[in-house]
Unconditional design. Structure first.
Length: 164
């Protein structure tokens, strides 16, 4: 794992982070590309996002991120594998807390499941922190079940899979 020790002040860092996220989102090939994102919009306001892709593509999708980290640190980054190669993988599911509890997370997740099914993927997987009981209940309600525990960036996650 690489730790960046000299960061700019918070406001500058936040602007830089937003710039980088927008840059990755607009690229064709990386995990954060618009090709891998579904955004929930309510009254022209983006309120949630899901990022998902096939697990077998994760190494290629992470290369632009690894290249960026190499460029700014001069070191080879190590990114922990997050998904099995056979699964369609939900990398990120996030809803603005102001809109929580209204079913938008469920809607985004169901949209990713429907997409995976339409593309012929047999399974959808995701990771959930061991302590995130609320999220895990949502995932289990939608048919996900525990497969294993994995470590990502020195944190333990439950790897959940849904057969479709």
């Amino acid at each position: 794992m690489i730790t960046i020790t000299s960061l700019p002040p918070d406001d500058t860092f936040n602007r830089y982070l937003r710039f980088q996220m927008e840059r990755f989102f607009s690229q064709e090939l990386n995990r954060l590309s618009y090709h891998n994102c579904l955004v929930k919009i309510v009254d022209n306001v983006p309120i949630g996002i899901i990022v998902a892709y096939h697990g077998k593509n994760s190494l290629d999708l992470d290369e632009p991120i690894r290249a960026h980290v190499r460029k700014i640190t001069g070191k080879e980054p190590v990114l922990d594998p997050e998904a099995d190669a056979t699964d369609f993988y939900v990398d990120t599911l996030s809803v603005n807390p102001k809109f929580g509890g209204q079913g938008f997370g469920t809607e985004l997740l169901q949209s990713a499941i429907d997409y995976a099914n339409a593309q012929g993927y047999p399974t959808v997987s995701l990771n959930v922190e061991e302590t995130n009981v609320k999220a895990r209940k949502l995932y289990e309600r939608l048919g996900f079940s525990y497969k294993k525990t994995i470590t990502i960036n020195d944190h333990e996650y439950h790897y959940l899979v849904k057969q479709i």
